[in-house]
Design a protein around this ligand. Structure first.
Ligand code: NAD
Length: 440
């Protein structure tokens, strides 16, 4: 099969400037074609996967705080449900488009299949800048959006989750609006809720935790004991900070971390527990860097310089499209673990592969988020909360199982980790389609 693909730029890439940027839908289709080229899959199955099952477009009228009314556009793209209900985030962002939702819904289909979760892919959102809404306006917009798409979602049909511009509070409003109309409390209609109303412990930390788990497994596999492994992490948010803290706890030396304003580098290792994450205190990394004494070998770097550090493991966990054709030749890490969605462009991916740098794809590495969303859904349906210990144990088990399935393909077919992820996903989806058949 073709030897390189990249994941769709899934979020946050308003800042991306790479020249080899392409739309999420183009990338998703390209990935499907490339992955399919190396597999014995019926053309009819592929033809079905090229297209979303449905794309719902709605208008969402909102009464602003000043009494005026504004009308926003909302979407819900549902790609494929052959393995289970649709699952995927809702984003509030001015750049949301129909095509972006379709591309990202395809990508969710592959991600759920890589993790062997009984879900298909969806994505949706509203074309709005949430920073321009008051909390009350955001609540009214969310409740009306829930009403507009009520007929096409549900705990057994399509389960939204937070994404860019939405959070646990948004999911709480959404769940309440849906439940009020149904006449009963239905927590399983969305995931990513606060724990008090059916959210799962460990959901917020899950993507960072999964990044740490696959980093650990990959290091062990390639003969890098964590106690002798150096790590650089770009972005100190939910994903980056949680991954960095766990890897440090497990013995790795985190030599560099960054926020949007820049990076701090200490060859002897940074005490990452001492720096608040983006959520706890935005831009704390650069404030921490202001207090450092550069005489001790500690240095401030730019985000670009962090990416080029000579470390064992590089974890881009900030935004998409940061490793591009412009800097791929300067990447000096042996292993790249994609914490962010789509940090490596298509061209850069090929360059890294040619240089023997192993890239663990986002579609596996940060899939802890959707995996714990699945746990949340199970807890909601059973009306029984799991302890944090149980969530983390089960996440560990799911991640190691998925990582092992990819490793088997890497060994068996002598392909990249990204190719292996698409092989595993596509085979599972195609098998399900073939077993169920096409009705009528
Ligand atoms: P976040 O907002 O919590 O943190 C982002 C961090 O990146 C912050 O430290 C910020 O200062 C830094 N940053 C922002 N722009 C930057 C830039 N241009 N260059 C360098 N650093 C920059 O975000 P997050 O939730 O940790 O998400 C990070 C990435 O992981 C995104 O690509 C997101 O789509 C992806 N992701 C997140 C989740 C999740 O549930 N949080 C799940 C899967 C994937």
């Amino acid at each position: 099969m073709a030897s390189h693909q990249r994941s769709p730029p899934a979020s946050d890439e308003a800042t991306a400037t790479s020249t080899d940027h392409e739309s999420a839908l183009e990338t998703a289709r390209r990935q499907l074609d490339r992955a399919a080229a190396g597999l014995d899959i019926d053309d009819a199955v592929l033809e079905r996967l090229e297209h979303p099952a449905a794309v719902h477009e709605v208008t969402v009228p909102l009464e602003r705080d000043d009494g005026s009314v504004e009308v926003f556009t909302g979407y819900r793209a549902q790609h494929d449900s052959v393995r289970g209900p649709y699952k995927g985030g809702l984003r509030y962002h001015p750049d949301v488009t129909r095509d972006e939702c379709v591309g990202l819904s395809m990508w969710m289909t592959w991600k759920c299949a890589v993790m062997d979760l009984p879900f298909g892919g969806a994505k949706g959102g509203i074309v709005v800048d949430p920073k321009e809404l008051s909390a009350d306006e955001k609540e009214r917009l969310t409740r009306r959006f829930a009403q507009e798409i009520r007929d096409v979602i549900g705990p057994n049909a399509d389960i939204p989750a937070p994404d860019m511009g939405t959070d646990p509070q948004t999911m709480a409003w959404f769940m309440d609006a849906y439940s009020m109309q149904e006449g009963e409390t239905i927590p399983g209609v969305v995931t990513g809720k606060p724990p008090g109303i059916g959210g799962s412990y460990g959901r917020e930390e899950a993507p960072g935790r999964s990044v740490a788990i696959v980093t650990r497994e990959t290091c062990e596999y390639y003969g890098y004991p964590l106690s002798e492994t150096t790590v650089a992490v770009q972005g100190f948010g939910s994903v980056g900070a949680n991954a960095a803290r766990l890897l440090e706890e497990w013995g790795a030396t985190v030599v560099a971390v960054s926020d949007v304003n820049g990076a701090v580098y200490d060859p002897d290792g940074i005490d990452v527990g001492a720096i608040p994450s983006h959520d706890e205190e935005p831009e704390a990394v650069t404030r921490f860097a202001d207090d450092i004494d550069e005489d001790d070998g500690v240095r401030r770097l730019s985000n670009g310089e962090l990416l080029e550090l000579d470390v064992d493991v590089l974890i881009p966990a900030a935004v998409g499209n940061v490793i591009t054709a412009d800097n791929a030749d300067a990447i000096a890490a042996d292993i790249v673990v994609e914490g962010a969605n789509g940090p490596t462009t298509f061209a850069a991916d090929a360059m890294l592969e040619e240089r023997g740098i192993r890239v663990i794809p986002d579609i596996l590495a940060n899939a802890g988020g959707v995996t714990v969303s699945y746990f949340e859904w199970l807890q909601d349906i059973n009306r029984r909360a799991w302890s944090l210990e149980r969530v983390n144990e089960e996440l560990e088990s799911e991640m190691v199982t998925a990582w092992t399935a990819l490793r088997d393909e890497v060994e068996r077919r002598d392909i990249s980790w990204r190719d292996a992820a698409y092989v595993v996903a596509l085979e599972r989806i195609a098998d399900a389609q073939e077993m169920r058949g096409l009705w009528p």
